[in-house]
Design a protein around this ligand. Structure first.
Ligand SMILES: C[S@@+](CC[C@H](N)C(=O)[O-])C[C@H]1O[C@@H](n2cnc3c(N)ncnc32)[C@H](O)[C@@H]1O
Length: 412
C-alpha cells in the first residue's frame, strides 16, 4: 500500500517554499498560513522547508548534476526535488516514503522527471556536504565583512539551533536546570535540546521562563538591575527584552509599532506575571513626556544573524533592504539619544550579521562610548576592541552556537 499520510505536510512545505522563494515572504509569515493544520504536520512542513532553505545551494548543485537541461530556478519540479533530496539525505526519511509523498505533488512529465532524478542521485549515493554552501550573494557579502569567520559561520548553519530559555528569576537557575534537564549558560539562561514542545515543558504555564536565544539575552543584561529606574524598550515586541528588563527591576515602557506583535508582548507579560507600560506608536513620531534612565533600542534589521532558525534570510535579503534599514536605524538612534537623562545609557542592538547594521551604525553615534566588559558577558564571549559585542553562529560551537548579534552601549 502506498503511504501518503505525510502528504499534507509535504504539500504545505511546498507552499511555504514558494512563498519564501517566489514572493519573498518570511518563513514565519509562510508558516502562519498553516495555522489550520494539525501541529505535527505544520512542524514537519516547517522542518522540511527550513532544511531546504539551509541547503539550497548544495541541493541545486546535485539536481543540476543529474539533469540534461537546467531546470528553471522557480520550476515546481525543482522545489519538489529539493524537498525529496533533503528528506532522504538529511532527515533520515526512507526513500520509498520520500517518493510516496513527493511525486503526488507533481503530474505528468515533471513527475517522471522527479522520479528519475531522485532515483539516479540515490543510486549514485549522492551526498550533501557536512557544512552548507552559502548562496553566492551571501557568501560574497560575508566574505567581505568577516573573511576570517566565513567558514565558521557556514559550519554554524549546519544544524538548527538548540532551545534557549531566559528565566524570570535568575536565582532559580539551578532549580530550573534540573527540572528541565537543561544546561546552564549563565545565571538565568538555560539551553535545552531541540525538538521539545515548548508549551508542554515544566514552568511554561506558570511563566517561569520564555524562549530567547543566548545572544538575544545579552542586550538587556548590559543594563544591569533597574532598582525601580525607568527604561524605554524601543522596538519591544514580542517582548523578550521587555520581560528581562521588568524581571531585573526596571519600570519598563515597551514601545512598538506593530499591533499584532504587541498583542504577543501582552500575552507574554500576562503569562510571566511581569508588567510594563505598553505603547503602540511609530518611534519616528512619538516623544516621551520625561527622559529615561536607559533606552534599549533593539532596532528593526535584516535579522540575518538568526539564519540558523530563519534560513529564509539567506534568500530574501539583498543590499537594497540593508540600505533602507540602516537609514531607519540611524533615525531611531538619533531619537533615542535625545530621550536620555544626563548619565543615562543607550544600548543599541541588532540581530544582523551585516556590519552596516551594527559596527557602522555604532561608529556614527555621538554619545559617549560605554565599553562593554568581558565580565558582563556569558562565558566564552569577549567584547571587541571598541567595547562592542559581535556574535555569529560559528561562535561557541562546543555548546551548540548562538545567533549573530551586534550590541553597543553608550552614555549621555
Ligand atoms: C528586532 S524586533 C524587536 C524584538 C524585541 N525587542 C524582542 O526582544 O522581543 C524590531 C521591532 O521593531 C518594530 N518597529 C519597526 N519599525 C518601528 C517604528 N518605526 N516604531 C516602532 N517600532 C518599530 C517592529 O514592529 C519589531 O517588533
Amino acid at each position: 500500500m502506498v503511504d501518503t499520510a505525510g502528504l499534507p505536510a509535504r504539500s504545505a512545505a511546498l507552499r511555504m517554499l514558494d512563498a519564501v522563494l517566489r514572493r519573498g515572504d518570511t518563513l514565519d509569515t509562510a508558516a502562519g498560513a498553516m495555522r489550520s493544520m494539525p501541529s505535527s504536520d505544520a512542524a514537519l512542513a516547517r522542518a522540511i522547508a527550513s532544511e531546504v532553505l539551509r541547503r539550497l545551494t548544495d541541493l541545486d548543485e546535485l539536481i543540476d548534476s543529474a539533469t540534461r537541461q537546467r531546470l528553471p530556478d522557480d520550476a515546481k519540479v525543482r522545489t519538489v526535488l529539493r524537498m525529496m533530496l533533503v528528506q532522504a539525505l538529511r532527515m533520515d526519511t526512507a526513500p520509498h516514503a520520500v517518493i510516496a509523498t513527493g511525486l503526488p505533488l507533481l503530474t505528468g512529465g515533471p513527475r517522471r522527471l522527479a522520479h528519475g532524478v531522485f532515483s539516479a542521485l540515490l543510486k549514485r549515493e549522492a551526498k550533501l556536504p557536512e557544512i552548507p554552501t552559502l548562496p553566492p550573494e551571501v557568501e560574497a557579502r560575508w566574505e567581505e565583512a568577516w573573511p576570517d569567520r566565513l567558514d565558521a559561520i557556514a559550519a554554524g548553519l549546519a544544524e538548527p539551533p538548540l532551545l534557549d530559555l531566559t528565566l524570570r528569576n535568575p536565582a532559580e537557575t539551578d532549580l530550573w536546570a534540573e527540572r528541565l534537564d537543561g544546561k546552564v549558560l549563565a545565571a538565568g539562561l538555560l539551553r535545552l535540546p531541540r525538538g521539545r514542545a515548548v508549551d508542554g515543558l515544566p514552568g511554561f504555564t506558570e511563566g517561569a521562563w520564555w524562549v530567547q536565544d543566548l545572544a538575544a539575552a545579552i542586550p538587556a543584561m548590559l543594563l544591569g538591575q533597574g532598582e525601580g529606574r525607568r527604561v524605554l524598550d524601543l522596538c519591544a515586541a514580542p517582548g523578550g527584552k521587555t520581560m528581562q528588563l521588568a524581571a531585573a527591576g526596571w519600570q519598563v515602557v515597551a514601545l512598538d509599532i506593530a499591533q499584532r506583535r504587541l498583542e504577543r508582548l501582552r500575552q507574554n507579560l500576562d503569562r510571566t506575571g511581569l508588567s510594563a507600560e505598553i505603547v503602540r506608536a511609530d518611534a519616528l513620531e512619538w516623544s516621551p513626556d520625561a527622559p529615561f534612565d536607559a533606552v534599549l533600542l533593539d532596532a528593526p534589521c535584516t535579522a540575518t544573524g538568526t539564519c540558523r532558525r530563519h534560513p529564509d534570510v539567506l534568500h530574501r535579503i539583498a543590499g537594497r533592504q540593508i540600505a533602507d534599514l540602516t537609514e531607519l536605524q540611524d533615525k531611531l538612534i538619533e531619537r533615542a539619544s535625545g530621550w536620555l537623562k544626563p548619565g543615562g545609557r543607550l544600548v543599541y542592538a541588532t540581530c544582523s550579521l551585516e556590519p552596516e547594521e551594527g559596527e557602522e551604525r555604532a561608529a556614527k553615534v555621538t554619545l559617549s562610548p560605554d565599553p562593554i566588559r568581558a565580565d558582563e558577558l556569558p562565558a566564552g564571549l569577549l567584547p571587541t576592541d571598541r567595547g562592542w559585542v559581535r556574535t555569529d553562529p560559528g561562535m561557541l560551537p562546543e555548546i551548540g552556537g548562538l545567533d549573530g548579534f551586534f550590541v553597543a552601549r553608550f552614555r549621555l
